[in-house]
Design a protein. Structure first.
Length: 516
């Protein structure tokens, strides 16, 4: 049995990613610190290190993130947590804005007025060259004769078909899919509007122009979402919508985002938290009034549990207690991704690369020279989903000798060709594609491959209904709560918020038990 805390209670946090670490931080007093009612906390992580996908490596003598490389500035949770743990002085604002998309055979600048890829103005899109003349004409229909929604009132819709009906398939294929697909590693063909773009769902039900309605919503001060840099391969975080007034739009940490989870681990140990790595939890058993944890490092009992795990392992632990909740979690799909980080010498990249990076739409054919150099079959499509110009995006990564860092992302739901390649083959393939898309003139000086299997949960239609069912089931289990990217947001701020909420939920239930 664990040592009771000052309140005579103990809580286990299962999962040492950012959501679990934040839950442990909140359980031990958050920004205020431990107090007389603070429980004893045990944090168990299956991996040999804490932090999950917040991880770093060194390339060309500089520390770089190999998971998410920044977080959204409009939400306060991640920024506030950095300040709370003493990393406020290490926060670095994004150093560039804008991005390009590879469309119609060339990189083209993303136009102003995008709402996560959905246009709110006609002329900037028409002038960008991203759409064909026919695609621009189809978009103009929304201005002169907007199409009504023919599905009637529904609680949720798939983003792709909804936008395609209103604005045409080219807008979906060349703008919405590259942006949202990069964030979630999936497809907008079945992505939940209610979970990902609720504002879009609201305005799409009207008869007015979709673009005009979105523009009015933004002008009225409604919150306009932007790319959520959580999960792993957040490819072009600077490709945010142009309605955002907040500055900076994104933050990074000078020592990498892994420095946040490293600092949390140190601070939690100082607070008396038992941090156990290489300690997968094998079973969760409910006794008369406590939870019995069976882990690779032994068994012990606690009063409360926070499960900060991906959907499948959470389902395995919940199955004996609520099969319905476990079934909902087991059905959640995940996409696997990988990132290849390159260091290029001075002059290897064109000097005029625009913004923070390049998006590559699903199904983009390989450039002819690239296909020839790879001996690719006719019609073979690119594996790269995006390129991020790290040393432009984050000025602290710039080098005096002109070396430039570029990160290429590969993998999305339905296209995991990279998984069959070893690191050498993957590096060669990605290097060739990057050279073709960006105009690289010399080989990289060094490179790193980082793989993230089952990295990004797919928020499919009616995702929030399934999450609601899980929440209702968990509330019936005394002293247990869930947290993480599987529920209400894949970004770092959303995961931090879920960890804090789960901790507060467990604390409130323990307090209610003590007062009975």
């Amino acid at each position: 049995m664990t040592t009771p805390g000052r309140a005579g209670t103990a809580v286990a946090v299962v999962g040492g990613g950012i959501a679990g670490l934040t839950a442990a931080w909140e359980l031990t007093g958050g920004a205020i610190g431990p107090g007389p009612d603070t429980p004893h906390v045990v944090l168990l992580e299956a991996d040999s290190r804490l932090g999950g996908k917040l991880a770093g490596a060194e390339i060309d003598g500089r520390p770089v993130d190999v998971g998410p490389d920044g977080f959204l500035g409009r939400r306060p949770e991640a920024h506030d947590l950095c300040v709370e743990v003493g990393l406020g002085d290490d926060l670095v604002p994004i150093g560039a804005s804008g991005a390009t998309v590879y469309a119609r055979g060339a990189p083209r600048r993303l136009p102003d007025g995008l709402f996560l890829g959905v246009p709110t103005r006609y002329l900037p899109v028409a002038r960008s060259g991203i759409l064909s003349p026919l695609g621009s004409a189809r978009l103009a229909v929304d201005v002169v004769a907007p199409l009504p929604d023919r599905r009637g009132p529904l609680g949720d819709r798939a983003i792709g078909p909804l936008v395609s009906r209103k604005l045409g398939h080219e807008v979906v294929d060349r703008l919405v899919e590259p942006l949202l697909g990069g964030i979630y590693g999936g497809s907008v063909a079945d992505a939940s509007a209610a979970a990902v773009l609720p504002a879009l769902l609201r305005v799409a039900k009207g008869r007015a122009s979709l673009m005009r309605s979105l523009r009015r919503m933004a002008a009225g001060g409604a919150a306009v979402p932007g790319p959520a840099p959580g999960g792993t391969a957040r490819p072009v975080e600077g490709a945010h919508d142009s309605h955002t007034a907040a500055a900076p739009a994104f933050w990074a940490l000078r020592g990498g985002l892994g420095s946040l989870t490293d600092r949390l681990g140190v601070e939690l140990a100082t607070r008396g938290v038992e941090v156990r790595t290489s300690a997968p939890v094998q079973a969760l058993v409910r006794t008369e009034d406590r939870w019995l944890i069976h882990s690779a490092q032994g068994s012990f009992s606690v009063d409360g549990v926070v499960l900060a795990l991906p959907a499948s392992p959470a389902a395995s632990l919940l199955a004996p207690h609520d099969a319905h909740a476990a079934s909902h979690l087991e059905q959640m799909a995940y996409s696997s991704v990988a990132v290849v980080t390159f260091a290029f010498g001075a002059g290897a990249l064109p000097a005029d690369l625009f913004g923070t990076g390049l998006l590559v739409p699903r199904g983009t054919p390989l450039p002819p020279r690239t296909a020839a150099s790879l001996g690719a079959s006719p019609g073979e499509t690119a594996m790269v989903t995006a390129c991020t110009y790290l040393s432009t995006k984050w000025p602290h990564l710039a080098a005096a000798d002109g070396t430039r860092l570029v990160r290429a992302s590969v993998g999305r739901h339905g296209d995991e060709r990279f998984a069959a390649m070893d690191d050498g083959a993957l590096t060669r393939r990605v290097a060739a594609e990057v050279a073709g898309f960006l105009g690289v003139t010399a080989a990289a000086r060094s490179s790193i491959v980082t793989r993230w299997p089952d990295a990004l949960p797919q928020y499919r239609v009616h995702h929030l209904l399934r999450v609601g069912a899980v929440d209702a089931a968990v509330k019936r289990l005394d002293g247990l709560a869930v947290a993480g990217a599987a529920y209400r947001g894949v970004g770092i701020p959303a995961c931090i918020a879920s960890g804090r909420e789960a901790a507060r939920d467990v604390l409130s239930r323990l307090e209610a038990t003590r007062t009975i």
